[in-house]
Design a protein around this ligand. Sequence first.
Ligand SMILES: Nc1ncnc2c1ncn2[C@@H]1O[C@@H]2COP(=O)(O)O[C@H]2[C@H]1O
Length: 423
Amino acid sequence: MRRYMATYTWQVLKKELGLYQLARDIVIMIRVCKMFRQGLRGFREYQIIETAHWKHPTFSFWDKKRQSRVTFDTMGFIAEEDHFPPRAIQIMQKKASWRTEDEIQAVCNILQVLDSYRNFEEPLQLLLAKVMRFERFGRRRVIIKKGQKSNSFYFIYLGTVAVTKDDDGSSAFLDPHPILLHKGGCFGEMGLLDASVRRATIVCMEETEFLVVDREDFFAYKLDQEVQKDAQCRFEFFRKMDLFASWSDKKLWQLVAVAKIEKFSYGQLISKDFVESSFIMFISKGSCEVLRLLDLAASPSYHKWVWQHLELIDGRPLMTHVSEYSPMERYREFQIKSYPLQDFSSLKLLHLQKAWELQGTSFSRKIRTSGDSLPKMLGPKIKSKPTQSIKCPMINTNLGELPKEAVVGVYVKVHTVEQGEIL
Ligand SMILES: Nc1ncnc2c1ncn2[C@@H]1O[C@@H]2COP(=O)(O)O[C@H]2[C@H]1O
């Protein structure tokens, strides 16, 4: 049927309108098809994001007064936590030229949470909000395949992707420390910038949401110049470093291509364990501290200190006791410890006895502590004391038991890394 139509159309056109008209019609048809394709693109992605687990997105009931059925579609009002808001998805389904100024501004506001987006100047942010489209894909979905033609530039709104050197991204799931990009990151700009094929494969590590800028818009809105500016900054930063003084410009540009700028705010954790990290970090601005976690439970002197102080606790949690230790008491304690030859031990024993007599000390675990285990500073007069039972959750450590609350660690500042230094 289609073949017959085509032949018939061809004959009519040939007879009546001539070849010029035919060519014009074909061009118009191609343009219309392109418009439809673009219009449907957002719709196609919307199919992907429709979550299958909404069992009853609509419910309806019979309204007796009106004598009609009232239907309510919950989907219009549901906003899943952290996900790109449905209202913004609706805007992004529209063609760029159909988006109103208010809609573009609304999208721009929502996207302020993305570091890589916020880095751009405001006019550019608005242009991006005008042309971006939304996509959501599941775990293991390959977004960019190494060696393929570059068509789009991506911002990550939610989720995590991995950068791999293989074709299908499978190595990311085997590698204990894959290169990961998270919310706020962007990728895919390199291939667009120098019109090269993709340098790496990008695969979703979980359900991930993207905002995509296509090649035509990337150049139409001069996004390439912004990205180029960013790359130039990185190049100049590396060029100034002594470490790369002997590197050629060409080699340095290769480093620039794989380096990314990441912003961390004050107090934000950069990495839990740099020994395990597969990154090298260069501090381009600001400074950060390197901290070491000390496990106090592994320290014999801390053990001793805890058990000494535990004797004074009258049934209240350890921390309460410590915080209530008044300056006067601390001073008296200091006196006792500073003058071990003076006999202050009776004072301390008195205090201990009071504490034991209190009903609140209905401890369930029995510990035997002889006079020898008391602080040496209390002097030899303390021979023994009654058996105590301590009721609190205990944890076994290499040095013996400790109350759960007392098994703590402290962060000790080891080093401050300044601008231009390496982590
Ligand atoms: N080592 C890397 N770290 C972070 N991102 C990278 C790394 N290598 C490549 N990329 C990104 O992965 C993208 C793959 O496609 P492009 O080459 O277009 O652009 C690339 C960069 O945006």
